[in-house]
Design a protein around this ligand. Structure first.
Ligand SMILES: *Cc1c(COP(=O)(O)O)cnc(C)c1O
Length: 377
């Protein structure tokens, strides 16, 4: 006799239950629609490649063997990035599909219970949303330590949290997103020392390095042993290649070698790799763009500070500016009606009440933003 399995016409609904409840409760990361609007919400570089370079890049990409898996060319990119960043001896780097991928790989590599407790990730808050998200998805507990009201690190609170939670991973965004703050070096070093005492890792996230006056690489070069548990994370996104998806993580070779084991072997496409190499060969072009944005940032801040209705405009070491207004929701909506997209961060954290984050654009874009703000406030 044949046994016949009858179809379950509800199988789709039942299969859904196999997806983790915490994932089902999440909202997908919303990329704001941006056709026909001036995009000043995501810290993208407003300058494209000059046409001659565009053509040269197209030529290079057209010659790639797209039928082959990525291979040794990645070693050329690693060497170019190491030279560009000034990687110290005894250090190595790994590549990620944006730093977002590196953030989740690091959480994956560290997700082990210690003394019956889940591993912990610690970061100052408000901070980058991908840190708590990676912790949740990889099963780490996340501890956020509030910044002070002027967005400085709360050193005693950070040190107390490190002693109490013994975090596996501590993230320091240097400069921070969305506050654009480059924190005091001595305070950061004391936090790094405290994490060293409890045997944790520190990630210095330097996504905004092209716009900052200092990099932690100088500390790693000067005191490699003291920073022996420090990883430096960078990305080409804010540098000018957000669409390319290329991040890198550098640190002492032994540590980086372990994290490399959880990386999917072909995570960087031959296109990402070649485009990044091309950009580094023309690093001067990007350096000039960054210099122009730094100058524009100071002009934008000065204009914002002189504008009635801007209650506060913070200093910035990144290509973003944080302001406080009376009614962030209303100003956001008014700018949107002017076809200018910014980021309303006011509900991300209590310290950000009525705050808006503006991306620094070209002179022309900033002028449009200021004019629209003037009528919106
Ligand atoms: C934008 C940003 C990144 C970059 O992420 P990518 O995935 O490389 O684009 C990383 N860290 C911080 C703090 C950022 O703001």
């Amino acid at each position: 006799m044949n046994s016949v399995t009858s179809p379950d016409l509800n199988s789709g609904t039942r299969a859904l239950q196999r997806i983790r409840p915490d994932v089902r409760a999440m909202h997908a990361y919303a990329v704001q629609p941006a056709t026909g609007v001036l995009k000043m919400d995501a810290m993208e570089n407003p300058f494209g490649l000059p046409p001659a370079l565009q053509a040269a890049l197209g030529e290079r990409l057209g010659q790639l063997a797209l039928n082959r898996y990525p291979g040794a060319r990645q070693n050329d990119l690693k060497a170019a990035l190491a030279a560009y960043a000034g990687m110290p001896e005894g250090h190595s780097l790994i590549l990620g599909n944006g730093s977002d991928e590196l953030i989740s790989l690091l959480a994956l590599a560290c997700a082990q219970p210690v003394d019956g407790q889940r591993a912990t990730m610690l970061a100052p808050m408000p901070g980058f949303v991908m840190y708590p998200m990676s912790a949740q998805l990889q099963g780490l507990d996340f501890v956020g330590v509030d910044l002070t009201a002027d967005f400085e690190l709360d050193e005693p609170a950070m040190l107390a949290a490190i002693t109490k939670h013994r975090p596996a991973i501590t993230y320091i965004a240097y400069p921070n997103n969305p506050t654009a703050t480059l924190w005091d070096q001595a305070v950061v070093q004391r936090i790094i020392d405290a994490v060293g005492q409890i045997g944790g890792l520190v990630v210095m996230d330097e996504a905004y390095q092209p716009f900052a006056s200092r990099s932690w690489i100088a500390n790693m070069q000067a005191e490699p042993e003291r920073n022996g548990h420090v990883l430096l994370m960078r990305t080409l996104s804010k540098f000018g290649l957000a669409g390319v998806r290329l991040g890198y993580l550098m640190g002492p070779s032994a540590l980086v070698g372990e994290i490399d084991k959880v990386r999917p072997p072909y995570n960087i496409s031959v296109l990402n790799c070649e485009a990044a190499l091309f950009a580094l060969e023309h690093a001067q072009v990007f350096a000039e763009q960054a210099a122009s944005l730094r100058a524009e940032r100071e002009r934008l801040i000065a204009a914002l500070r002189a504008m009635p209705g801007i209650q506060h405009c913070w200093d910035s070491q990144a290509n973003m500016v944080l302001v406080r207004v009376a009614d962030a929701g209303a100003v956001f909506a008014a700018l949107k009606a002017h076809k200018i997209l910014i980021k309303n961060v006011s509900t991300m954290h209590p310290l950000l009440a009525n705050c808006l984050r503006l991306t620094v654009g070209s002179a022309d874009e900033n002028a449009q933003l200021l004019a629209a703000l003037q009528t919106s406030l």
